[in-house]
Design a protein around this ligand. Structure first.
Ligand SMILES: [Mg+2]
Length: 235
C-alpha cells in the first residue's frame, strides 16, 4: 500500500474560528429587523437566504452580505432604508476584517507534521479574504500550497493532489466538515480525518456511513499527527 505524502487541512473552523462571526452577524441581523418580525424569525430568514444563494454566490462573507441585503428587502417589504443597508454592508466589512483566532493545538500540529509531509491548505470562500487570513494567521510558511476552491468535490481533491505531485491515495485530509473535507477525499481514494468543531453548521452535516474505509475521527487537531504517522508507517 501507499505511503502518506500529503496532509491537507481545511481552514475555517479547523485551524481558526469562522462560524462564530457568521453566527454573531445572523443574531445581530435578527435584532436589527425585530421591528418587522420576531428576531428569531429574521435570523432564520437570513440563514435560509444564505443557504439558497450558495449555489449562485458561493461561500464567504461577500455572499453573506448580499444575502443580508436581500433578506432585509424581503422582510421589510421593500421599505428598508439606505442607512440600514449601509449598516449591513458595514457588518460584512467587519467580518472581513476580524482578527484571526487560532483553534487549540494548530501550530504544534503543523510543526510536528511539516518536516515529514507536504502540507496543503484547502479552503472554500472568498479568494482574497482567505488569502489574507492565511497571511494573518502566521501559518503560511508551514504550507507547500494554499488552494481556495469554490467547492470541495472528489475531483477537486484529485486535481489538487496531482498539482502537488501526489495522489489522493497517499493523501490525508483533515477538517471539521464531513461533507466537504472528509467524505469527498475518501471518495477520491484518499484518507479523511474528521476534527469536530463544537458548533456544527447544519448545511455541512453529513452522516458517516458505518464501516467507511480510510476514515478517522479525532478529538482535536493533535490526533491528526497520530493518524498521519500511523498511515505513513503502515506498509
Ligand atoms: Mg471548515
Amino acid at each position: 500500500m501507499s505511503r502518506l505524502d500529503i496532509v491537507a487541512f481545511d481552514a475555517d473552523d479547523t485551524l481558526w474560528h469562522n462560524l462564530i462571526h457568521f453566527e454573531a452577524a445572523e443574531k445581530a441581523f435578527g435584532q436589527m429587523f425585530s421591528g418587522f418580525v420576531p428576531a428569531e424569525e429574521a435570523t432564520k430568514a437570513i440563514m435560509e437566504t444564505e443557504k439558497r444563494n450558495i449555489a449562485l454566490y458561493g461561500f464567504g462573507v461577500k455572499s453573506f452580505t448580499l444575502s443580508m441585503i436581500e433578506t432585509a428587502i424581503t422582510l421589510t417589504d421593500g421599505k428598508v432604508e439606505a442607512p440600514v443597508i449601509g449598516r449591513l454592508i458595514a457588518m460584512g466589512r467587519d467580518m472581513l476584517d476580524h482578527e484571526i483566532e487560532l483553534l487549540p493545538h494548530v501550530e504544534d500540529t503543523l510543526k510536528a507534521l511539516h518536516k515529514d509531509f507536504k502540507l496543503l491548505l484547502i479552503t472554500k470562500g472568498d479568494l482574497l479574504h482567505q488569502e489574507r487570513k492565511v497571511l494573518a494567521s502566521g501559518l503560511a510558511h508551514y504550507f507547500e500550497g494554499v488552494e481556495v476552491v469554490s467547492d470541495k468535490k472528489p475531483a477537486t481533491y484529485e486535481k489538487i493532489c496531482a498539482r502537488y505531485g501526489g495522489h489522493a491515495a497517499s493523501t490525508l485530509m483533515a477538517g471539521n466538515s464531513l461533507k466537504s473535507d472528509v467524505m469527498p477525499m475518501i471518495h477520491a481514494g484518499g484518507f479523511g480525518v474528521y476534527v469536530p468543531f463544537s458548533i456544527a453548521w447544519d448545511f455541512e452535516h453529513e452522516h458517516v456511513p458505518e464501516g467507511t474505509p480510510r476514515y478517522f475521527e479525532v478529538e482535536d487537531l493533535r490526533g491528526v499527527v497520530d493518524v498521519a504517522r500511523r498511515l505513513s508507517t503502515t506498509a
